[in-house]
Design a protein around this ligand. Structure first.
Ligand code: NAD
Ligand code: TDX
Length: 367
């Protein structure tokens, strides 16, 4: 019976990962540590906390808190650390990079150091059933021109304070593997989309704005390209890499699904309009929105500073070594995602009103 220490599990990908593994592996335990920053939302894992009180423990706290992380290692026999905890939004890092360094760099160093000390059997040896998995990003490789793909051997050339902080963490992870022999793995995934993504990121922001008849702010000319992967495929990849990946390894994760931002926005308008018009379940909602769901909402705005032109992943290593391939086509995943946001208006409203911040108190103070 394995114990997973999942940090950042109340965020977008972390909560999807908890849902995925708690269902897939009936015999595991999960300890989730999350600071509940603006991006952390306990509603994301409320169902799992209620349904599996013996298998999932939530602890509110910072990955920088040495005493707390040590306590977790002393209380549970941790097999896997999966570190999702991060400041994750590029635009925020352009405004103020400080918290990005605190969490994304120093926080990772704290986790690495404690894992090393607690897992150490002496002589740079570790139990063979432990792994430290750092969830990184394709953005550490910088930007591509019209052609080519990021491989694990591509140069690390981050362009935003966010990606610089993630690249710094990757360097520390590498150093702990080289110096201390800590069994680490780094995964670098492309842009994720799917349920529970905070509505500051392109896809949920646009869905929310379309639904509310607000302008759709497209940066620059809208021709920057991102390589989109459904979040569940990412979670499955991480799960497989934990089991089959080599210690010290780096694995790129992506599904060969490149698209320009403007095309994504137009697809969202079209698919949302289709769903509202054709799906009986949304008839009532559709009645109030008929007149404004069209491309006139698109507004080209000032470009993001240092805006990376194109990301595209070469996923051949993870396919060959681990046997992972994406399973969800973008055409299907995006419709499911829009449906999820339509069906979970309360979740969106909880965030836009700010009430989601009361969730911790509501769920925990009366326990
Ligand atoms: P997110 O912003 O939705 O969630 C981050 C979570 O980390 C939140 O729950 C937040 O409360 C928590 N957190 C932040 N600082 C913390 C701290 N100091 N201590 C403990 N918890 C803290 O992010 P996401 O989109 O789910 O991304 C998760 C990870 O995956 C990040 O490391 C990110 O760099 C990486 N990643 C994201 C994408 C993507 O498209 N979203 C793609 C590739 C890699
Ligand atoms: O309002 C917007 N308008 C717009 O044109 C927003 C929010 C974004 N964009 C553009 C910028 C990017 O080219 O859309 C693209 C996607 O933007 P984001 O959703 O902010 O994602 P990105 O900057 O690509 O980074 C994401 O993928 C890699 C995640 O936020 C990172 O955490 C991850 O590492």
């Amino acid at each position: 019976m394995k114990t997973y220490f999942v940090t950042g599990g109340a965020g977008f990908i972390g909560s999807n990962f908890i849902k995925y593994i708690i269902d897939k592996h009936q015999d595991i335990k999960i300890v989730c540590l999350d600071k509940l920053t603006y991006a952390g939302n306990l509603a994301n894992i409320e169902e799992e906390l209620n349904n599996y009180p013996d298998r999932l423990t939530f602890i509110k706290g910072d990955i920088n808190n040495q005493e707390l992380v040590e306590y977790i290692f002393d209380t549970w026999e941790i097999n896997y650390i999966v570190n999702f905890a991060a400041e994750s939004h590029v635009d925020r890092s352009i405004e103020d990079a400080e918290v990005f360094l605190k969490t994304n760099v120093l926080g990772v160093q704290n986790l690495l150091n404690i894992a090393k000390d607690k897992w150490d059997l002496g002589e740079r040896e570790y139990r063979n059933d432990v792994r430290f998995l750092q969830v990184s990003t394709d953005e550490v490789y910088g930007s591509l021109g019209k052609r080519g793909y990021f491989t694990e051997e591509s140069n690390i050339q981050p362009n935003s304070p966010y990606s610089a902080s993630k690249a710094s963490a990757d360097m520390l992870v590498r150093a702990y593997n080289e110096t201390h022999n800590l069994p680490t793995i780094i995964t670098r995934c492309s842009n994720n989309y799917g349920p529970y993504q905070f509505p500051e990121k392109l896809i949920p922001l646009m869905i929310n704005n379309i639904l509310n008849g607000k302008e759709l702010p497209v940066y620059g000319d809208g021709l920057n390209v991102r390589d989109w992967l459904y979040v569940k495929d990412h979670c499955r990849a991480i799960d497989m890499v934990l089991e089959k990946g080599k210690a010290g390894g780096v694995y790129n994760i992506g599904g060969h699904n490149e698209e320009t931002n403007i095309k994504i926005v137009k697809t969202l308008i079209k698919e949302l309009d289709n769903l509202l018009k054709e799906n009986e379940a949304y008839k009532e909602m559709a009645a109030t929105k008929d007149d404004y769901i069209n491309e006139s909402l698109i507004t080209f705005v000032k470009d993001r500073l240092g805006h990376d032109k194109r990301y595209a992943i070469d996923p051949s290593k993870i396919k060959k070594e681990v046997g992972w391939e994406p399973t969800i086509m973008f055409e299907d995943g995006i419709v499911d995602t829009i449906k999820w946001y339509l069906d979970n208006q309360d979740w969106l409203k909880l965030i836009t009103s700010g009430d989601y911040k009361n969730y911790y108190e509501e769920m925990y103070l009366d326990r």
